[in-house]
Design a protein around this ligand. Structure first.
Ligand SMILES: C[S@@+](CC[C@H](N)C(=O)[O-])C[C@H]1O[C@@H](n2cnc3c(N)ncnc32)[C@H](O)[C@@H]1O
Length: 407
């Protein structure tokens, strides 16, 4: 299946939209602010022309605009500081933010959000100043459709590249795992979690290739001294790629047994064939810190500013989750809408709307049953951290004198 057919997240602002359901990722993104502010301190300021920030994997924009606004607010401090160091006033340049995602992404929703943000900002500034303040937004914006595993922007033009909750998405599923005649055919499951280690290694290889391409592309696009800030879903168990989350936590993952059992139900109920499930694979691979470090070293164009062990992050505050678990049906509706906002379009592109609806009906049933079974067991409820993800945060600086060839 080629890349453009993976149709990103659910667009618009309906019940399954990423606009609404990306609220959990937004929680985690807010916790990145101190690291983002620190990264901004290291951007090499442009001597002329605009300061260019690019977000790789912006989706429909609510979260992306929110962290862009935060970053843009951190920039003036850099100029004050630069002025103090030079002994003269340094002028703020104009700012350009490039929002990138796959061509199937709903950029219209993003553009409309940017418009209404800018209008609100302008109205507020006008009401404070008592006169029309002219330009509405604090930055210019551009939409860039295409895969971030390729070159997307001109050479040496980006000062800060961001990518949040994206780099665990692979560019494609390795052909060997969907080929029925191959010994690596991923039979009996829709992902690699807890599966055959050799098959998981096929995913690892594709994912390494993807990361190499991401780094080489950004190496060409970044100005020397430019900063890459990336945060994505990772894993602790470096040796065993099939343990995309630690073995003891696999049953608590939204993509664990409840997800696989929904596929099994579809087959048992005659909605799809076994082959339809077996040739579907989630296009996700959670890299270990070691895999990421090896790719950065191999690329050779970046110095590592920040790369620590992956951290576990509860996307939903614990007390909110405990409260939600008291109402299994509405909890399951929420979990199902969250998973559908992310994976629904890929599943729908693969087997159509009707079968996707049928899938999520069954998925919701399994989550309801699991939450119901936890009702009388407070300890088990506390351990059921379904929204806990392992995240890796990376900050890189484009080397000023690199021998790597710019593509
Ligand atoms: C979970 S969303 C993250 C959105 C936003 N950054 C956030 O923090 O909420 C992941 C986004 O990555 C995009 N994506 C995945 N693979 C991509 C690729 N190869 N090139 C560009 N975007 C990609 C998806 O389309 C999706 O919109």
């Amino acid at each position: 299946m080629e890349e453009a057919k993976f149709i990103s997240m659910v667009g618009g602002d309906g019940e399954f939209s990423y606009q609404r359901m990306g609220v959990l990722q937004a929680h985690a993104n807010r916790r990145l602010q101190p690291l983002m502010a620190e990264a901004v301190k290291h951007i090499r300021l442009p001597e002329q022309g605009p300061l260019h920030i690019a977000d790789f994997g912006c989706s429909t924009g609510r979260n992306s605009i929110s962290y862009m606004n935060f970053i843009v607010k951190c920039i003036p401090d850099r100029y004050v500081e630069a002025g103090e160091n030079n002994g003269h006033v340094t002028c703020m340049p104009e700012m350009l933010v490039s929002f990138n995602d796959l061509p199937g992404n709903d950029f219209n929703t993003l553009i409309q959000l940017l418009e209404s943000e800018a209008k609100n900002a302008k109205d507020l500034a006008t009401s404070i100043n008592g006169a029309d303040v002219g330009r509405a937004s604090s930055y210019f914006s551009a939409m860039v459709g295409g895969s971030f595993y390729n070159r997307l922007l001109p050479k040496e033009t980006i000062h800060l590249a961001i990518s949040i909750f994206c780099l665990h998405w692979m560019s494609q599923i390795p052909g060997t795992v969907t080929d029925k005649s191959s010994p690596l055919y991923n039979k009996g499951r829709s992902w690699i979690l807890g599966g055959n280690p050799t098959i998981a290694r096929e995913f690892a290889q594709q994912s390494m290739l993807d990361l190499d391409n991401f780094l080489d592309s950004r190496a060409a696009e970044m100005v020397p001294g430019g900063i890459v800030f990336a945060s994505f879903v990772s894993r602790h168990d470096a040796a065993n790629p099939e343990n995309q989350v630690n073995a003891e936590r696999q049953h608590r993952l939204s993509l664990g047994p409840d997800f696989e059992n929904a596929w099994n139900d579809l087959i048992d109920d005659g909605v799809i064939t076994t082959e339809t499930r077996d040739t579907f694979n989630l296009r996700i691979y959670c890299r270990s810190k070691e895999e990421v470090e090896a790719a950065i070293i191999e690329c050779g164009a970046f110095d590592i500013q920040y790369l620590q062990s992956p951290v576990d992050d509860n996307l939903c505050p614990e007390d909110e989750l405990m409260h939600m678990l008291q109402f299994p049906k509405s909890f399951a509706t929420f979990v199902s809408a969250w998973v559908r906002a992310i994976f629904g379009p890929t599943i729908e592109a693969y087997m159509g709307r009707h079968n996707t609806d049928e899938f999520f009906i069954r998925y919701q049933r399994h989550i309801t049953a699991r939450a119901t079974s936890l009702l009388s067991d407070c300890k088990a409820q506390q351990e059921y951290k379904i929204f806990r993800l392992t995240l890796l945060h990376v900050v890189l600086k484009r080397k000023v004198f690199s021998t790597s060839s710019n593509q």
